[in-house]
Design a protein around this ligand. Sequence first.
Ligand code: MN
Length: 210
Amino acid sequence: MRTDFFELKDGKYQQLPLDFAKDSMADFIDANTFDFHFGKHHAAYTNGINEALAANSISEPILDVFAKVSKFPAAVRNQGGGYFNHAFFWKCISSKKSEPSEKLKQAIDRDFGSSDAFKEAFSKAAASQFGSGWAWLILQNGKLKVVSTPNQDNPLMDIAGEKGDILLCLDVWEHSYYLCFQNKRADYINKFWNYVNWDFVSDCYKAVSE
Ligand code: MN
């Protein structure tokens, strides 16, 4: 699995800078939303994970922590997921147009029937996640699958109903779309497809499928 989207430095998880300008996908996530979503929410989770790990004397790598997160206090699950999920999400989006690799495209066709059927399944998972949470594309036992998680949970956590290697995600917390779309989550989901960073998603697939 790729782990270059987050960083541990001097014992503390870091909030890496965005790879794109905050106004480069304004009809999906505008600069104002990034100011809050990246500048406030993700920044708070970054502080939060470091505080939660320190408070519980946890020094294991975050992926090992996720694999037995049920054994730790809720702050580790919530702050850890909040830090990690957002770091992954920022890499999943880009204003630069891209396409799935040939291998990923074949796997999508194999497991969903078509690219459109995959997008429909993912959009449905994102739209129907009740309350706050995330939609994910995962690789589970060699097969692609669309799942959703509540709150800041993710499919790498032992508490997840559906586990697998993560390839793509979409944040569907209201803070991710409310300033641009208010209550219209479906409009935000539709715009997402114009900004998926398929180069990153394809690399994530390559890393876990070979
Ligand atoms: Mn968020």
